[in-house]
Each structure stands twice: as structure tokens, then as C-alpha cells.
Design a protein around this ligand. Structure first.
Ligand SMILES: [Zn+2]
Length: 596
């Protein structure tokens, strides 16, 4: 091997990994650089800021190192003697995007740890994991070459892209296995409470995986899933939620209380928290096809040094968000009324976002680097989530396809046609699979007609609300208004607690709260002269439709503001229910869609 990395625990209490790179036949001016972002999470994170103690030598001769920019170094080499470079990485980020190390657990993505040997990215890359505390195991989807029973030892990747696309979990974790679609799957859980029901999690994850492999490849006997092994890495914490997709694995973070417990759910339904976790598992697994292989054309060659822009996250994140819960329904893990509650929640989230009238989902995709991933108090007024609205675009497109007379096409056919058309299916390699918006529109035109493709383009590039109520009615689902809470209706997003009091997080544009002059960061003290602990408490002494006086603290100054609920427009919310006896055609379509 000519590009060889070694990762060791340098000091767990100091949260430091030591990394050593050995490079045969280095260039005279060998450049080394650390990515500034991790694919799948569209934000420049400057991983180089956690790197220190960089040193280089050839044999016993120290080599001069020069830093070119925030993330690139050049090493002056002489002759062909192998170059050895070592450095430390501070790792204390609990998210799925960076790296973490303490005396209990380690985790890393190669993007945060492994300097790229420029010019050598396309050669095979070796990774040795060593120097771990006694009893620790290793879990990763990277190909093991020589490892012991705990997974400690040497792994190999075909190139740098692959090397950094396999996150690694270290520590003493729970691990279980199952098979789906003929593919071995491993599920690793760190940090679970005693009583965690691993068998239940395996059984439910297996149903999700089998359903998805069937979704993409069910129609063809000769097709197989495009990976030979898959690993779920789940870190259970007190508070947290998130996931990041990779080519043959995913790193997940979830609240411990949302994991299944032994003895739970005898007779009752699944908890909302567990359904959320199953939705996350389903979401990240769906990405194994949709974004890791079928991908924006812009992502066929990744640039690790800067932002990689695409207008298509509404498709790759939004459509994945549509299918994550829908496939829970198809896997038999939730029923149709519960599924419709999840859809109504996504639709209500979008309706509570004034930014939907400011930004299209195509613009939101392009701007993800500075908007969605850099959210602040103004985010709901300035941007729309390409996840939530993207999932509604998928829903609208699916319903429109299913509503066409004498057609049996659905969004499933669009996804599979794109998979076939993109070349992602061919050979199982990671190089192809790039598509553009024109590919999506062409497939929709083929399956649903030119007019529907034009309509889709309008949904994606426009800011009008989607015609969901009409489309849902055609499939026997009724949309009704859901009453929103008092604070929400005024346009306030609050953090309320006995200790913190009532703090304004965001003020929605065009609402009564904004017209009254409220701002993010304000502390709300009293309504009409009476102290409040929660804003809704005031409803016991005021009429929710009448103006009231609000005592507010901003930067230690006490202000009196008059808030007239009629002065602005509050966000709407909806609920969805299956119609009891819809017309026969609508019922047939609903059964094909929801099995209900
Ligand atoms: Zn996603």
C-alpha cells in the first residue's frame, strides 16, 4: 500500500487522536489538505481548526512544512524515500459529522481526521486502527483486511472518497446482526440504557431494509442491492437527533428514551419517539440509493476544499423525507391514520414558515450552505426547508401521478426510472449516477405527461402553496384546519420554562407579534399587569381575540408593548383523515397508495 494511515488514541482525556500518514514516493512539494466539509452535510465546517502538532520526516530527516491556507500544507521532500507525517486531532464533537473521543467512546469521520495526499486520491488507501483502550471494539463498513475479533487492525478503501465515506465507531457498544435482501446488516448501539430491546430494534430495522431493497430492486430477479454489507452506527444520548448517510453505512444520533425497551408496547402502539427513530433509520437507509448513488450531477466529483452547490436537495432530501415515513407504512410498522398524521405535521410545519413565500425549494437547496445550515432567529422568515416542502412536492407529484385516468404510474416508477436512466444501477460503482433537473422532468413527462412536468417545475421554482387539498381529496383523504396554540397563532416561537421564564426564539413575519414590536431574545414578563410563566397562562384572564398589554424585557430595559391579535396573520395548521366512504375510484387509488 502506498497511502497508509494509522489512527490511535493519543490521549482520551485530552480528546485527542494521533494520526500518522505514510506515503511512498512523495512529490517534491507534497501537498496535504483536510476537507472543509463532510458530504451529506452542506456546511463549511473548517475541520482543520482541530488539527495540531503536524510534523513530517523522510526516514530520520525532518521535512520542512509550510501552511498554504486554513486547511492545506506543503511538505518539502527529497528523493523517493517514504514520507511520514503525523498530527493530532482534537475530537470532542458529539454530532455525526465530526469526531469524538473520551475514555468511554470514540467516533470519527475520515473528513475530520485524515489529511488528503493530493495527487494520490485515486490510489487505494489503507487505514490501521490501533492503540485503543483495553476491551474496545471497532465498527465500520470499510473493508477489513487484517483485523482481530474486536475489529482492531487494518482496513482498506479503493480511494480517498471511499476512505472518508466510512465512519468508524470505537468503544464498548452493543452490536447485533440481521440479513435483508440477501445482504448482511450490522446494527451498533452505543450508550443505550439497561433494558434496551436490541432484538426489537433489529427486527424493525430488518423490515425497513427489506422493504427498501424491494422498493428499488423488487421487480428484477437479477438485481441486487448495490452494497455487499451495511452498518448502522447509532449513538444514544440524553438529547439529540440526526443522521448522516454514507455509501454502506449511516451514523445516527438519537435520544435514549426513544429506543425500544424490553416489555414495552405490549398491546399499545409504538411511541412517537420510537416512530421518529424508525423514520430516521428509514431516511438514512433510503439515501444509500438516493444521493449516494443516484445523485446531483454536481456531486459526481466532490470538491473537498469549498462549497459544492446544487439546486436539487428538494429532490434528494425532500423525496427521501417523503419515502422515509411512507416506507414505514409499507413495512407494516405504522398504520395509515398515523402516516397521515406525520404528513399533516410536515404540511403544518411548512405553513408555519413565512419563508415559503420568499424562497423556492430550488433556491433553498442552493443556499443550504449559508441558510438551512446556519439557522438563526430569522430563518423561518427567510427560507423554507427543502426537507419539509420537498417532501410535500414529492407527495403532490405522487398524488398527481396516481390521479391520472387509465394510468397505474406512481412516484415509485419515477424513482426507479431515474435509477435506471442515471446509470447508478450499472456495476455498483460510485462514479456514475449523476442527474440534473432536466432528467427528473423528462422522466415525469414520460410517466405523467408534459403538463405535469411543467407543473412540477412551477412547484420547485415557485413560492405558491402546493395544491395538496385538491389532490388529497381525489384519493379519499380530507384536509381540515387544525387549531394552533395561542403563542403560535400570534406568530411567536417561544422557549418556556419555570427557571428560564418566557423567551422569544423567533417572531414570524407578518404576524401580530411582529406588528407589536416583539423581537427574538425578548423576555415576556406579564400580560395586562399579571406575571406569566407560560404565555398560555394569560388565557385564564384575557380574551384570545382582544388586544392586551405585554411587559417585555430587552437588554435589561423594561418595555410595554400593545399586542393586537387581529393586527396580523398567524400560521395555519392542518389535519388529514381518511374519508369513511369515498367514491369507488378514490378508494381504489387510496388503497394503492396507503393500503387503506
Ligand atoms: Zn437526508
Amino acid at each position: 500500500m502506498t497511502v497508509e494511515y494509522r489512527v490511535e488514541v493519543a490521549d482520551a482525556h485530552a480528546h485527542q487522536f494521533r494520526v500518522t500518514l505514510t506515503l511512498s514516493d512523495p512529490a517534491p512539494e507534497q501537498r496535504l489538505s483536510l476537507p472543509v466539509w463532510i458530504p451529506g452535510s452542506y456546511m463549511v465546517r473548517e475541520f482543520g481548526r482541530h488539527l495540531s502538532a503536524l510534523a513530517a520526516r523522510q526516514g530520520r530527516r525532518p521535512c520542512a512544512l509550510r501552511q498554504l491556507d486554513k486547511t492545506t500544507w506543503v511538505v518539502a521532500c527529497e528523493g523517493r524515500t517514504a514520507l511520514t507525517v503525523s498530527w493530532l486531532v482534537y475530537a470532542f464533537d458529539t454530532s455525526v459529522r465530526c469526531a469524538f473521543l473520551d475514555a468511554r467512546r470514540g467516533f470519527f469521520n475520515g473528513t475530520g481526521l485524515l489529511l488528503r495526499a493530493e495527487g494520490r486520491e485515486h490510489e487505494p488507501q489503507g487505514l490501521t486502527i490501533a492503540g485503543l483502550p483495553r476491551g474496545w471494539q471497532v465498527a465500520t463498513a470499510m473493508t477489513p483486511v487484517k483485523v482481530n475479533a474486536a475489529g482492531v487492525g487494518r482496513y482498506e478503501a479503493a480511494d480517498y472518497d471511499e476512505l472518508v465515506d466510512h465512519p468508524v465507531e470505537l468503544g464498548t457498544f452493543w452490536r447485533g446482526r440481521f440479513e435483508a435482501g440477501g445482504v448482511p446488516h450490522e446494527f451498533v448501539v452505543a450508550g443505550a440504557l439497561p433494558g434496551f430491546d436490541g432484538e426489537r430494534l433489529l427486527a424493525d430495522a430488518r423490515r425497513i431494509c427489506a422493504t427498501q431493497i424491494g422498493f428499488w430492486h423488487g421487480g428484477s430477479a437479477k438485481e441486487r442491492a448495490p452494497f455487499s454489507r451495511y452498518v448502522f452506527l447509532l449513538n444514544a444520548v440524553e438529547e439529540g437527533y440526526g443522521g448522516l448517510e454514507h455509501r454502506a453505512s449511516t451514523a445516527l444520533i438519537a435520544a435514549r428514551r426513544d429506543l425500544p425497551r424490553r416489555g414495552m408496547e405490549a398491546g399499545g402502539g409504538l411511541s412517537d419517539g420510537y416512530v421518529t427513530l424508525l423514520g430516521l433509520i428509514s431516511h438514512e437507509y433510503f439515501h444509500t440509493w438516493n444521493v449516494k448513488r443516484l445523485k446531483p450531477a454536481e456531486f459526481t466529483t466532490l470538491d473537498y476544499t469549498r462549497e459544492n452547490y446544487t439546486e436539487l436537495l428538494w429532490f434528494f432530501e425532500g423525496f427521501t423525507s417523503y419515502y422515509d415515513d411512507l416506507l414505514l407504512l409499507r413495512a407494516g410498522l405504522i398504520d395509515a391514520p398515523r402516516y397521515l398524521r406525520l404528513v399533516a405535521k410536515a404540511a403544518s410545519t411548512v405553513l408555519a414558515t413565512p419563508g415559503r413565500e420568499v424562497q423556492s425549494v430550488a433556491q433553498a437547496s442552493f443556499d443550504a450552505w449559508v441558510k438551512y445550515y446556519r439557522s438563526d432567529e430569522n430563518t423561518p422568515n427567510a427560507t423554507v426547508s427543502y426537507y419539509a416542502k420537498g417532501s410535500l412536492v414529492a407527495l403532490a407529484l405522487d398524488l398527481a401521478l396516481r390521479s391520472r385516468p387509465r394510468s397505474r404510474a406512481s412516484l415509485d416508477d419515477v424513482m426507479r426510472a431515474l435509477w435506471a436512466r442515471s446509470g447508478a444501477a450499472g456495476g455498483g460503482g460510485m462514479g456514475g449516477g449523476g442527474i440534473t433537473e432536466l432528467d427528473i422532468l423528462a422522466v415525469v413527462a414520460e410517466l405523467g405527461g408534459r403538463a405535469l412536468a411543467d407543473e412540477l417545475r412551477g412547484w420547485v421554482h415557485g413560492t405558491a402553496d402546493l395544491p395538496l387539498e385538491r389532490l388529497l381529496a381525489g384519493l379519499g383523504v380530507r384536509q381540515a384546519d387544525e387549531r394552533v396554540g395561542f403563542a403560535v397563532g400570534l406568530g411567536l416561537r417561544l422557549a418556556e420554562g419555570a427557571l428560564t421564564g418566557v423567551q422569544v426564539k423567533s417572531v414570524l413575519a407578518g404576524t401580530a407579534a411582529q406588528r407589536a414590536g416583539l423581537s427574538a431574545g425578548d423576555e415576556l414578563l406579564a400580560v395586562d399587569g399579571w406575571r406569566i410563566r407560560r404565555l398560555d397562562d394569560a388565557l385564564t384572564w384575557i380574551d384570545r381575540r382582544q388586544p392586551f398589554e405585554l411587559l417585555v424585557v430587552r437588554d435589561q430595559r423594561v418595555l410595554t408593548l400593545r399586542l393586537d391579535p387581529a393586527a396580523g396573520r398567524g400560521p395555519a395548521a392542518i389535519q388529514l383523515t381518511p374519508v369513511a366512504k369515498p367514491p369507488a375510484a378514490a378508494l381504489a387509488r387510496r388503497r394503492a397508495w396507503l393500503g387503506h
